[in-house]
Design a protein around this ligand. Structure first.
Ligand code: MUC
Ligand code: MG
Length: 367
């Protein structure tokens, strides 16, 4: 199982409906397909989504760091030497989605070699995850119409509402309209992507106190250190750290410092190996986790499902798995389908990722 080649292929697929949020917007899935080849002919696959407003990575930087630094460092190692692989990748700071894609591709190889599904190797708790859909910025009536369509079409009953606009009252009004239209049985939570100040966030939370929100995520920057602690201390609902807790040490700092009381795990940035460390860390501390979305395509979404369904704690809350629905197309030969509000782990060995060669040829950017 020696690694003989690592491929980083940039591709671009437009969104039918762009996603807008406080820290940025996405119109095109300009991701990188990562494939790791072994001497025995097994190929591991994953995707890396550049999110410059969150990690500083771009499509070009992901391709460059894999081609120029990571691939030469891991050629010749076997897929089972993941700790050695990570020790080498971690000599380079940052670049989380490039590192995560390599990690997940290695797990894919291990699953194929063992003739077992990765989700089973990781923990095998269940075969599906309930789905939470992210609703991006739009006028309140459009956000309501989108949530109703997603509920009626896919049976999804959990929505993460993007907030963090200014004035904050626009978002409070949108959340109020969503609760009124969707009724009391739907789960609603909010994600501010650091758009508000601590005092704006505190006022918004107070004004939304009667809406039965289940979580609040990154309403203000963690770098507003004392303001954020002040905010989290008065929040009546768990406060999720997402972009402020992208690796294990940040998770420790945010939780012990009182800047968060729950954690978003995203396989797009911590792969399976580091995600599992964070998951165990949260379990040990008694902190709830949510499987987050890095605005993943279908390959990334399959990875999130494989991980999320593998553990009791990651399967407890619905995972953010549905934003690929806004893309015009994808690379998988057999597209994902959400039924009765849930997405199933793909059967088969490894991750079950089957890239359609014609689609890859159509969307790749390097030819
Ligand atoms: C989210 O949960 O914040 C938007 C920016 C990002 O880094 O991830 C997405 C979704
Ligand atoms: Mg978030």
């Amino acid at each position: 199982m020696k690694i003989v080649q690592v491929e980083a292929i940039p591709f671009a697929i437009p969104y039918a409906k762009p996603l807008r949020f406080a820290s940025g917007e996405v119109h095109t899935a300009d991701h990188v397909l990562v494939r790791v080849y072994t001497d025995e002919g097994l190929v591991g696959t994953a995707e890396a989504p550049p999110r410059p407003y969150t990690y500083g990575e771009t499509q070009e930087s992901i391709v460059a760091v894999i081609d120029k630094i990571f691939a030469p460092q891991i050629l010749g190692l076997t897929a089972l030497e993941r700790e050695v692989v990570h020790a080498r990748l971690d000599r380079t700071v940052g670049n989380p989605t490039a590192k995560a894609a390599i990690d997940m591709a290695l797990w894919d190889i291990i699953g194929q070699a063992a003739e077992m599904p990765v989700s089973g190797l990781l923990g095998g708790y269940t075969d599906r995850l309930r789905v939470s859909h992210m609703v991006g910025f739009a006028p309140a009536e459009e956000m309501v119409a989108e949530a109703e369509r997603i509920r009626d079409t896919y049976g999804i009953t959990t929505f993460k509402v993007k907030v963090g606009r200014r004035p904050y009252t626009d978002d409070v009004d949108a959340c109020r309209a969503l609760r009124a239209a969707l009724g009391p049985d739907v789960n609603l939570y909010v994600d501010g992507n650091r758009g508000w100040s601590p005092s704006e966030a505190a006022r918004a939370l107070r004004e939304m106190d009667d809406l039965g929100l289940t979580f609040a995520e990154e309403l203000c920057p963690a770098d507003d250190v004392l303001g954020r602690r002040w905010l989290v201390a008065q929040s009546r609902i768990p406060f999720i750290a997402d972009e402020s807790a992208t690796h294990a040490a940040d998770v420790t700092r945010e939780l012990l410092g009182g800047s968060a009381t729950a954690i978003s795990i995203k396989t797009a940035r911590t792969g399976f190996t580091a995600s599992q460390r964070i998951l165990r860390q949260c379990e040990g501390l008694g902190v709830e986790i949510v499987m987050g979305n890095q605005i993943d395509g279908q390959i990334g979404t399959l990875c999130t499902v494989a991980f999320g369904a593998a553990h009791r704690t990651s399967a407890h809350h619905p995972g953010e798995l549905s934003n690929f629905l806004d893309m015009t197309d994808d690379l998988l030969a057999e597209p994902l389908t959400i039924r009765e509000g849930a997405l199933r782990v793909r059967e088969g060995n490894g991750l079950g990722i089957d890239v359609d060669p014609e689609k890859l040829a159509r969307y790749r950017q390097d030819h």
